[in-house]
Ligand binder design. Sequence first.
Ligand code: BV8
Ligand code: ZN
Length: 237
Amino acid sequence: MLDLTAPVVVLTGAGVSAESGVPTFRGTGGLWRDYRATDLATPQAFRRDPRLVWEFYDWRRDVIAACEPNPAHHTIALMEQTLPDFTLITQNVDGLHQRAGSQNVLTLHGDIWIVRCTTCDYRSQDHRVPLPEIPPRCPRCESLLRPDVVWFGETLDADVLQRAWTAASRAGLMLVVGTSALVQPAASLPLLAQENGAMLIEVNPDETPLSPYANQHLRGPAGELLPDWWGRFQAGK
Ligand code: BV8
Ligand code: ZN
């Protein structure tokens, strides 16, 4: 029997957006023109070929713009509205949690809908699909713009990471939804939570390195299993 007043944390990965049609990183959809996403989401790739990296992001923005939040996103937004102490941490950059109504989202890896200048402090929401110019240039200083996401080898925003760390360490319950639990430091958050007494529930059709630590497994698609779990959780089952 779960304590309904204990702090609840949800950590999501690309799998929570899979049923919306957003390709995951490591699943079959994780390829673009035979490139692996993880090879393009790096500062080195951007330095070497900013046009190619922007073609990749422009394509992802185009795909995401046509996707809708799925019942998993909506359930997580409902949890935030209903529970007295709730935190959503996401590795995703697609903005679907926000579109489903989640208000306070800790976006560990940034936001694909924000661009920022590689030279000056210009930073702006940009929802244009496709982008009129690839690679896009700063309207202030003409330098290259980049997606405001955290690439492999880059550090996460210290404040966001600190807030995620704090939320995980005081959680009574953490749901880990749709992540292969391979990317650090995000993948350490569930273990930190458990070390501090949290119950871990993994929502994923597949096994992950986190599975042996989880107290409970919802083995299937989040869009189907999460709404059902939430109904039972609220009924105190
Ligand atoms: C950092 C933004 C250090 C960009 C992303 C140890 C060894 C080797 C390397 C490292 C290491 N420790 C740290 C590193 C480096 C690296 C890392 O972790 N590498 C991994 C690959 C080993 N980490 C970093 O570089 C991080 N920075 O550590 O800085 C540092 C310190 C000081 C000074 C300088 C540097 C930065 C990591 C952030 C990278 N950016 N995204 C973009 O999106 O374009 S990560 C990227 O992968 C996405 O954010 C994605 O969310 C994330 C994780 O992937 P998942 O979300 O888990 O998605 P995936 O496809 O893998 O899995 C989907 C899951 O869903 C599957 O399990 C599947 O079964 C499940 N699923 C499918 N359908 C459904 C479902 N689940 C539920 N329902 C469904 N329907
Ligand atoms: Zn600029």
